[in-house]
Design a protein around this ligand. Structure first.
Ligand code: ARG
Length: 258
């Protein structure tokens, strides 16, 4: 009889332990480590990093993010939003992560926690093919288009140019091709990708800034960022990140150091 009672007790205890574990693994709202879904906000108008192809978000950052999520056991959920809402959305905890070719800047570091950088980019100047603007010096007193909330916008306002900001990156380009502005200021690899089949525009050789790209998280997710950094370091060290850039025919510049 005692044995039977003991066996029943063990069975009850095991059931409790099992139920507790199960509850924890399906709870994706509390604490970083218990999350199973990673909700990632992106503005998919930034090829080759994130772009829409047949309604699907594809690109260099999507591939890197997929590998990291796989390694860490997260289900990747991508939410499409305007670029200028990405950092505020991560800051307020609406999204777990921001993935949008985000340049790390001191201002942004006050709002979000960045992973280590995985590449370097730069702001460049795009003008009409027949433009007389040949360098940054020629931009003085000119009107430029940029995407809202970007480092291009911050840089151009700082330089004192007349700035036309557009929510969508494609509209910033359109402002140039429709002659509303004298130049379009945008990140170098995106300029190259968005202008590669367009003879009506040219990219000037001069890069105006150096900007590391990283993924953005909420300040509460320090532990998760550490894990991300570990995987990111592996993917950079074994050449995976460089190979992904190569797949998209984008020249890769590794960050100097993290
Ligand atoms: N690197 C620039 C920045 O951080 C531009 C990023 C734009 N990204 C996008 N997905 N549209 O401000």
């Amino acid at each position: 009889m005692k044995k039977i009672i003991a066996l029943i007790l063990v069975a009850v205890m095991l059931t409790c332990v099992f139920t507790a574990c199960k509850d924890k693994s399906t709870d994706d709202d509390k604490g970083d480590t218990a999350k199973t879904k990673l909700v990632v906000a992106t503005s998919p108008d930034f090829p080759p990093f994130e772009n829409l192809e047949n309604g699907k978000v594809v690109g260099i950052e999507v591939e890197i993010m997929e590998l990291i999520c796989k390694k860490l056991g997260y289900e990747l959920v991508i939410e499409q939003i305007a670029f200028d809402s990405v950092i505020p959305g991560v800051e307020t905890g609406k999204y777990d992560c921001g993935m949008s070719g985000i340049s790390v800047t001191p201002n942004r570091e006050e709002s979000v926690l960045f992973t280590d950088a995985y590449c370097l980019a730069a702001q460049c100047i795009v003008v009409k093919a027949d433009s007389t603007i040949a360098s940054k010096a020629d931009l003085a007193g000119k009107t430029v288009s940029v995407q809202s909330g970007t480092t291009a916008e911050e840089f151009c306002l700082g330089e004192g140019y007349t700035v036309d900001s557009y929510e969508a990156n494609a509209d910033a380009k359109l402002a140039l091709t429709s002659s509303k502005v004298d130049a379009w200021i945008v990140d170098d690899l995106t300029a190259a990708e968005m202008c590669k089949d367009d003879a009506s525009v040219k990219i000037l050789g001069e890069n105006m800034t150096t900007e590391p790209y990283a993924f953005a998280f909420n300040f509460n997710d320090e532990e998760l960022v550490e894990k991300f950094n570990e995987v990111l370091a592996e993917l950079m060290a074994d050449g995976t990140v460089a190979a992904i850039f190569e797949k998209y025919e984008a020249p890769y510049t590794a960050p100097a150091q993290n």
